[in-house]
Design a protein around this ligand. Structure first.
Ligand code: NAP
Length: 554
C-alpha cells in the first residue's frame, strides 16, 4: 500500500510527501505503531527525542525503576516468535532489562533504520490544501507526511518544582526522568529527595540501602502496598510461555487489562473476619491485586473505601517504628486507591533507619534551594545530591509542549484549554489525519496491553483510508461532543476523580493545572474496545472523509 510518499528530503512544496506517516516517539506504543505501518508497506519515519528506543524505559533510569505490572503481562503480544524468544527474569522487571527488551524488539523487527534519534518535534502543522502534516524538528528540519501519529506517552513531560534557587545548588541534582546514564554513587553521601509518588517510593527504597544520610521531603503521602517481586526460574518461564494466550485473554477481560479484576463482593456486606482475611491475602500477594482486585465497591463507595484505607493504615503503623512518623506517612486527604498506588519493597521500613528522616513540608515548607542543599522554614538540610521526584505534566503535557496546529492554524492547546476533547481518545476535530496512540480520554491501564489496541485501531483506520483512496479523515463536532460527554459522565462519581493527582491532570507546578479534571475513560477496556470495534466495523462512517483531486500534483 503506497499513499504516494516521495523520496526523503525537505520540501517547500507542501503537496509533496516525504513520508506516508510520521510517528512521534519510539516508546512502547511508537515502536509497535512503526512495526504495524511498515507491515502495511508504508513509508514511515519516527522522530524520537532520546538517543535510543524505549520512551519511559529509556528515560527513567533512576535506581529502583521497574514495572509495577507483571512483566509477562506487560510485553508485546503481537508476535509469537517474540514471545518464544524473550525470557523475563523477574516478575516485575527492572528498567535496564526493560530497555534491553525494547531494543531487542527494535532490532528483531528491523525498526531502528526508520527511527531518527535525538530529534525533538517542536511543531506539527496541518495543511488542508494537501491533506498533510508538516513536522518541524528542534534542528529546524521539516518533513511532510499524510498522517501524524502521536505516541508521546502519558508520563513524558517531567516537571520541576518552582522553588527558588534550584540552579544555585552546587552538588549533583537530577529529575528522576532525566537520570544520567552513568551510575550515581550514593555511598556516604547526603541525599535529599523531593516527592513521594510511585517514582520516589521506588528510588527511596533503593537509595536507602547505600547512603550516608537521606532526607525525604514529603508534601502528601501516598498509600503504598507491597510489590512482592521475585525472580523467574527457567521452569517458571516455560510455564508462563505455555500460558501466554490464557494470560493475554485474561488481560483482555479486565477493566484495566491487568490480570487482576475486582472481587464481586461488597466490602461492608462481607463479614468482618472474611473481609480481613481477604485483605491480608491481597496484602501478601504480588502486584496490583490489592488495588485492582479488591472488593467491587472499594473505589466507588466512600465507607467501603474508608474501611480499606483503615486496613492499609494499620499496616503502615505496624511497619514504621516511630508512631509520629507513621502518622505522617498515612494519607489524610484521599482514600486508598483513589490515586495510583505505588508498589513498594520495604519502603516503610526505610523510615526505621537511623540515617533516614522524613521532612513534612506541610509543617515546614521548602523555602529555597541553596548552594548547599534544601532550606525549609525551619532549617537548612545540607545535601551532596538533590533528587527531584516531582512527577509529570501528565496526559496532555506532552501535547502542550509541541506546537500542534490543525485547520486554519487552530492550536490544540487552545482547543483543550478547558480539558481534553477527543473522539475515542484517538482523534480531535479540526486536526484531520492526526491520530493519538494513548491520547486523553482513551482506555488506559496496563500500558502495553492498551497501547497495542490503540495502535491496531489506528493502523486499521489508515489501511481503510488507503484501500478507499481517501486522504483525509477527521472527527466530527458531534462525535467529539458525544464522546467527551460520555467520558465525563462515566467518570463523574468515581472517588478517583475527586482528588488531585496526575490521573486527574493536576500538577501544582504547572499554571492552570491545579484542579482535578476527568482525563481518562473509565468504562473499562473491554467496553472501550467494543465501542471502537463497532466504529471500525461500520466503515468509520462516524468520521468525515475526503480525498484529494486526482491531479493534485504529488
Ligand atoms: P507523582 O505521582 O505525580 O508524584 C510526584 C511527587 O512529587 C508527589 O509526591 C508530589 O507531591 C511531589 N511534588 C511535586 N511538586 C512538588 C513541589 N513543588 N514541592 C514538593 N513536592 C512536590 O509522580 P511520580 O512519582 O513520578 O509518578 C507518576 C506516575 O508514573 C505513577 O503514578 C505511575 O503511574 C508512573 N510510574 C510507574 C512506575 C511503574 O510502573 N513501575 C514507576 C514509577 C512511576 P503532591 O502529591 O503533594 O503533589
Amino acid at each position: 500500500m503506497n499513499l504516494s510518499a516521495t523520496p526523503d528530503g525537505n520540501t517547500e512544496n507542501k503537496s509533496r510527501l516525504d513520508y506516508d506517516a510520521i510517528i512521534i516517539g519510539a516508546g512502547v506504543a511508537g515502536l509497535y505503531q512503526l512495526y504495524c505501518l511498515r507491515k502495511l508497506g508504508l513509508k514511515v519515519r519516527t522522530f524520537e527525542a532520546g538517543s535510543g528506543v524505549g520512551g519511559t524505559w529509556y528515560w527513567n533510569r533512576y535506581p529502583g525503576a521497574r514495572f509495577d505490572s507483571e512483566s509477562w503481562t506487560y510485553g508485546y503480544s503481537f508476535s509469537q516468535e517474540l514471545l518464544d524468544e524473550w525470557d523475563w527474569k523477574e516478575n516485575f522487571s527492572s528498567q535496564p532489562e526493560n530497555e534491553r527488551y525494547l531494543n531487542f524488539v527494535a532490532d528483531k523487527f528491523e525498526l531502528r533504520e526508520h527511527i531518527q534519534f535525538n530529534s525533538t518535534v517542536v511543531s506539527a502543522h496541518y495543511h488542508d490544501g494537501a491533506h498533510s502534516w508538516e513536522v518541524t524538528l528542534d534542528n529546524g528540519s521539516r518533513y511532510v507526511a499524510r498522517f501524524l501519529i502521536t505516541a508521546i506517552g502519558i508520563l513524558s513531560a517531567p516537571t520541576m518544582p518552582t522553588i527558588p534557587g534550584i540552579s544555585s545548588f552546587k552538588g549533583e541534582s537530577f529529575h528522576t526522568y532525566h537520570w544520567p546514564k552513568k551510575e550515581v554513587d550514593f555511598s556516604g553521601k547526603r541525599v535529599g529527595i523531593i516527592g513521594t509518588g510511585a517514582t520516589a517510593v521506588q528510588a527511596v527504597q533503593e537509595i536507602a540501602k547505600n547512603v550516608g544520610h537521606l532526607s525525604i521531603f514529603q508534601r502528601n503521602p501516598n498509600w503504598c502496598a507491597p510489590l512482592k517481586n521475585s525472580e523467574i526460574s527457567e521452569e517458571e518461564m516455560c510455564s508462563i510461555r505455555s500460558r501466554y494466550s490464557e494470560i493475554f485473554a485474561r488481560c483482555r477481560e479486565t477493566p484495566g487489562c491487568y490480570i487482576h479484576s475486582a472481587d464481586p463482593r461488597k466490602t461492608l456486606e462481607t463479614p468482618p473476619d472474611q473481609r480481613l482475611e481477604f485483605w491480608e491475602e491481597l496484602y501478601e500477594s504480588p502486584g496490583f491485586g490489592i488495588w485492582q482486585g479488591n472488593f467491587v465497591d472499594m473505589l466507588t463507595d466512600r465507607e467501603a473505601n474508608r474501611a480499606a484505607s483503615d486496613f492499609i493504615a494499620s499496616k503502615i503503623r505496624q511497619r514504621v517504628n516511630d508512631p509520629v512518623v507513621a502518622e505522617k506517612l498515612i494519607p489524610k486527604n484521599h482514600g486508598f486507591g483513589t490515586r495510583r498506588v505505588p508498589l513498594e519493597t520495604q519502603y516503610y521500613e526505610v523510615f526505621n533507619q537511623k540515617n533516614v528522616e522524613l521532612v513534612d513540608i506541610n509543617e515546614t515548607p521548602i523555602r529555597t534551594i541553596t548552594t548547599d542543599g534544601i532550606r525549609t522554614s525551619e532549617r537548612e538540610y545540607e545535601c551532596d545530591i538533590v533528587i527531584y521526584a516531582t512527577g509529570f505534566d501528565a496526559i496532555t503535557g506532552s501535547f502542550d509542549r509541541i506546537d500542534i496546529r490543525g485547520i486554519d492554524g487552530v492550536k490544540l492547546k487552545d482547543v483543550w484549554h478547558d480539558g481534553p476533547q477527543t473522539y475515542l481518545g484517538i482523534l480531535v476535530e479540526s486536526f484531520p489525519n492526526m491520530l493519538m496512540a494513548m491520547g486523553p480520554h482513551s482506555g488506559l491501564g496496563n500500558y502495553t496491553r492498551t497501547a497495542e489496541y490503540s495502535v491496531e485501531w489506528i493502523t486499521g483506520l489508515i489501511q481503510y483510508a488507503g484501500a478507499h483512496g481517501l486522504t483525509r479523515f477527521t472527527a466530527t463536532n458531534q462525535g467529539v461532543k458525544e464522546w467527551t460527554d460520555y467520558v465525563l459522565g462515566l467518570g463523574k462519581d468515581l472517588l478517583m476523580n475527586e482528588i488531585g493527582s496526575w490521573m486527574t491532570g493536576v500538577n501544582k507546578n504547572v499554571k492552570g493545572k491545579h484542579a482535578p479534571r476527568i482525563m481518562r475513560y473509565s468504562g473499562g477496556h473491554p467496553a472501550f474496545r467494543k465501542h471502537c470495534d463497532a466504529i471500525a466495523a461500520e466503515g468509520y462512517s462516524s468520521l468525515a472523509w475526503a480525498g484529494l483531486p486526482q491531479d493534485h500534483g504529488e
